[in-house]
Design a protein around this ligand. Structure first.
Ligand code: AHR
Length: 335
């Protein structure tokens, strides 16, 4: 895989992705695909224990596929566990990986807090840990080798800055409702922060309601229904991911309003369904969050296993999309 500085080369991804698909096809998905018999399954392969957040969104499915495909392409034995959005399941999976003496542990932490004890256990066992996608708030940075993922604050800020530009001639209040991601998760905390900081530039922009929809379509629909009942005038929806925005579309249409026109909709992710809604004029703007972390993760796993130094933070390269840009990008969208 090619990297440009600390960012991702899309062509590099495509090559590794295609190689993985040709060589192995998609690995079957289950809550726990343990494969092999523990650390270094006897065939000299690096064994990577990975604890995934869950299967809450289109983004997550694409991320899981990227990791499984990249592991196969890199010749890494992957032990995969789906934590179903529960921190206790992730802690259990990490402890299992420690017991099995895997070579490297990676995980995408469902929430930011409460990881110090289990991370210390991994460190004491001499197993290097890589964070992917989401950060932890541990003060002791020696508990993990690196954090590979997006800048969520920036995604929120870019969303807010677009809205500030669109509403610069507004003379009265612009009422915003916010669908937050999973409570306590890094993307929910950071996107909220970045968005709030950016919209502070225009005092007309006001967040009148903000609640978690847990990053799911069902959550987005249900919370948007409540927002619509409680607030007669909603001008803008900021949803922390596409799936919640897609769920909210149903609630908005059922309330007799036209999404993308009566209510401006801003989301994060840019998965195919979200991009389709943007190209169709139902969403108005998306800040991209790339799930294709698999190839870089495998590269890092090999390096930390070999005792090589890796940068403590590796940021994913991302962009934003307007309706016109979505129409252009859709035919080549990978996820
Ligand atoms: O951590 C990344 C976030 O988690 C994605 O934006 C969201 O769709 C997912 O569930």
């Amino acid at each position: 895989m090619r990297k440009t500085g600390n960012t991702i080369s899309r062509r590099g991804f495509a090559t590794v992705l295609a190689a993985g698909l040709l060589a192995t096809g998609l690995a079957a998905c289950s809550n726990s695909d343990t494969g092999g018999d523990g650390g270094d399954g006897g065939d000299g392969k690096i064994v990577l224990g990975f604890s995934q957040v869950g299967a809450e969104s289109g983004w997550r499915t694409a991320n899981t596929n990227s990791i499984k495909e990249a592991a196969a392409a890199a010749g890494i034995e992957l032990k995969f566990d789906d934590a179903q959005q529960k921190q206790e399941n992730q802690i259990k999976a990490i402890r299992n990986y420690i017991q099995q003496k895997v070579d490297v542990i990676a995980f995408s932490p469902v929430v930011e807090s409460g990881w110090d004890t289990v991370l210390k256990e991994a460190k004491d066992a001499g197993i290097p840990v890589i964070l992917t996608d989401r950060a932890v708030d541990s003060a002791d940075k020696s508990l993990y080798k690196t954090f590979l993922g997006s800048d969520f604050v920036k995604e929120g800020r870019l969303s807010g800055e677009w809205l500030v530009e669109q509403t610069k001639s507004a003379t009265g209040p612009v009422n915003i409702v916010e669908l937050q991601g999973t409570t306590g998760s890094a993307p929910a905390n950071d996107r909220k922060k970045g968005f709030a900081e950016a919209i502070a530039a225009n005092p007309n922009l006001k967040i009148i309601a903000s609640q978690s929809g847990d990053f799911t379509r069902a959550g987005g629909k249900q919370v948007m229904e409540q927002f619509l009942k409680a607030n007669p005038k909603i001008d803008v929806l900021f949803a922390h991911n596409d799936d919640m925005g897609l769920g909210a579309l149903e609630a908005i249409t059922a309330a007799g309003k036209v999404p993308g026109k009566d209510i401006t909709i801003i989301t994060v992710d840019a998965v195919k369904d979200g991009m389709q809604a943007l190209a169709d004029g139902k969403f108005n703007f998306i800040a991209e969050c790339s799930p294709l972390l698999g190839p870089q993760l495998m590269d890092l796993a090999k390096k930390v296993h070999a005792g090589e130094q890796v940068p403590p933070r590796i940021e994913t390269e991302e962009t934003t999309f307007t309706q016109e840009q979505a129409k252009e990008a859709l035919p080549n969208r990978k996820y």
